[in-house]
Write a protein that binds this ligand. Sequence first.
Ligand SMILES: [Zn+2]
Length: 311
Amino acid sequence: MGLRFHQELVACRADGARTALYATLLCTAGVAVAAVLLYRWLPRWRQRKDRLPELYSAQRIAAAVEGDSGDDERLAHLARLVRRAKLPRDRLPGFVCNPRALSAGAVTFGSVGRYTVCLNVGLLPKRTTEDRAHFDAVVLHELAHVRNRDVDLAYLAVALWRVFLTAVLLPCLALNAALVLHDRFQGIERAYWDGYEPGAKTALLAVVLTALVYVARADILRHRELVADRDAVFESGSDREVWSKQAESRSAASPRLRLPRFLRNHSTWSERLAEMVQRDMLTAREMTVSKVRSGRIRRRAMRGRAPKPVA
Ligand SMILES: [Zn+2]
């Protein structure tokens, strides 16, 4: 009798474990699929919602890159920047304008095969003024996002975060709250075994997991900004004075309360400038090391060729 009960218990536990495994795999796949669908849909929704007028389609930009920009000086200018950014042909973006954004910035959105650079209306006049370097730097930064596939990464991270919040965290908290309430007020048939109180532990686990996902997402978004800055300056030849000026003007403005860096999606201008200075120092150090090494190699080679002293 005892043996039979034991066998049934083992079989029951194996069944339970199998069901839990299948359910976990199915739910994880569901979350991944939902995130991918949201990632594809978000940029289209954004363009439709904000009703952003098109400046140039991706096809028009492709023709201009080949040399056909007609008499449109602005199109020719954008094509030159696209060439400087060394974008592959299948990743050429279209350009739209945001007539409600007055700052001299831009943003890029889209998903695989269809990218859009949205220039703020406040940025457009810079192109024909002495501050043309600012226009170039902003556009080259956005084009670096396209070249590095940051747009995909950022939108995937955002989509995954939203799916996690709505399809994982909220249902998990709601289910656990319902089970805890059920145990408290209808304690005859408990959902959990005696002595187990899931409320605080589950909530703590959910908070820790959410914090980890949030920090990872912020880190991805922040890191891609810094890489795009570095590419714009060191690969595409943007004027780094633009970053210095921005850092100076922002630090001269009234100080604002900020979240700690690891919680922010964006770095400040001073942090972005500091990243470039660090890269400069690293490059200088690498060059010094390689010069010292090549000097040593040359000296050794010369010593090897020198005639041996006669005894
Ligand atoms: Zn950016």
